[in-house]
Design a protein around this ligand. Structure first.
Ligand code: F3S
Length: 388
């Protein structure tokens, strides 16, 4: 691997920075990277005690105590509970471990956003390089902004935050970003169907970058499509015609060898059996998504829903809602949750909510696997309607 004079100097340091640098170089060499790149931002995943366990707590504690400090601006993914609020109960031992994770990250210099949709706040312009570890967020900035990040493991993002570097491999190389298959989606696509389509595209494209033509889908469908695609595909990148700012250039340069058409009628959502709660916000809901729900409830005069509706979102989005609106929503059995989500926290089981309906295909995939809760796809409009 080609190393600059500054890289060589960093490698010779016997401190946390030097050791993190040496690890990045070793990993880069094993990936065949020709050089290191500077990153503008880092997004750290693997922040919940539910997902990283005691080994993760110790790793972060040791690193923070050794004096490791972040050189690059770094945000962090949702953790296993809310910092305040009573909607996400966890036991004391979980809470203690989670707070220790949070402290270690903050001591190292992380910006404690605790959201998986940092792109709702960060601009990430086209061509800028990032080291992110949350697949939905990586798919979003690659596909919607044409900013650049590979799908990086959580511990690796910590090393990138310390050094400000990432090896030039995979999607960091322009030739690896060219589309190889073309996919056309016909018809009007709802949010839940967008998630199913993301799965279909991921399974069809495999490790090839897809060029996708999809014209009739709401903004919240875009997040559902990309998060599901990034769950089922090794590639966190698709080029969406009319959305990616450089789609024309990708279309001209791409070598699309195969095509696949999906018709709206081919996409069927299984009938939703009995469920205990409705969940929205995987990825974390943006303001538009929250407002959409508020409008549906408001139109019916804020009725008390027969089952709880949980919305996970960021503190930024919640800060736009007045305390009186939040408590009015609570009165309607609609709960705005921040800092966490039901897939990286044990709170659903702790509340006895074991069957959940959701428009998110990513949740449908992960909820049974990570927290042993059954999840079923459902469009928000349909499911809310049933609860009024
Ligand atoms: Fe975010 Fe949790 Fe889904 S971290 S993408 S809401 S699994």
């Amino acid at each position: 691997m080609y190393l600059t004079r500054e890289d060589e100097a960093a490698l010779s340091r016997d401190d946390p920075y030097g050791r993190a640098f040496a690890t990045i170089v070793k990993v880069g060499e094993s990936l065949g990277a020709s050089r290191l790149l500077d990153v503008e931002t880092v997004h750290v995943s693997g922040v919940s005690y539910q997902t990283i366990g005691d080994a993760g707590v110790e790793f972060l504690r040791d690193l923070a105590r050794s004096g490791a400090r972040f050189k690059t601006f770094a945000t962090v993914n949702p953790m296993g509970m809310e910092l305040d609020g009573d909607d996400t109960p966890v036991d004391e031992s979980f809470k203690t471990k989670q707070i220790e994770i949070m402290r270690s990250l903050i001591d190292m210099g992380a910006s404690a956003w605790f959201t998986c949709a940092p792109y709702d706040v960060l601009r990430t312009p086209p061509g800028t390089i990032h080291a992110w570890g949350e697949s939905n967020a990586i798919a979003y900035i690659n596909s919607v902004r044409d900013a650049i990040s590979e799908k990086l493991p959580g511990p690796f993002t910590i090393l990138s935050a310390i050094t400000g570097k990432v090896p030039a491999f995979g999607l960091y190389i322009p030739e690896n970003r060219l589309p190889k298959v073309i996919i056309k989606v016909n018809g009007k696509v709802s949010q839940a169907k967008a998630g199913v389509i993301g799965k279909m595209i991921g399974e069809f494209a495999g490790d090839r970058i897809p060029y996708v033509i999809i014209n009739n889908m709401p903004e919240r469908g875009l997040k559902a499509l990309l998060s599901s695609f990034a769950t089922y595909s090794p590639n966190p990148f698709m080029i969406i015609e009319g959305i990616n700012p450089n789609w024309r250039s990708y279309k001209d340069k791409g070598d699309m060898e195969e095509s696949f058409t999906i018709n709206e009628n081919d996409v069927k959502l299984a009938p939703t059996p009995e469920y205990d709660a409705l969940f929205i916000g995987c990825p974390h809901a943006d303001l538009e998504e929250v407002m959409h729900v508020i409008k549906l409830i408001e139109e019916k005069g804020f009725p008390h829903l027969s089952k709880p509706l949980l919305i996970s979102t960021s503190r930024f989005v919640k800060s736009y809602l007045s305390p009186s609106l939040i408590s009015r929503l609570k009165g309607s059995n609609v709960h705005i949750i921040t800092d966490t989500c039901p897939i990286v926290s044990p709170f659903l089981r702790n509340r006895g909510l074991l069957n959940v309906a959701t428009p998110s295909s990513k949740s449908v995939y992960y909820m049974p696997r990570l927290v042993n809760v059954r999840a079923m796809p459902c469009d928000v409009e349909d499911c809310i309607g049933e609860l009024m």
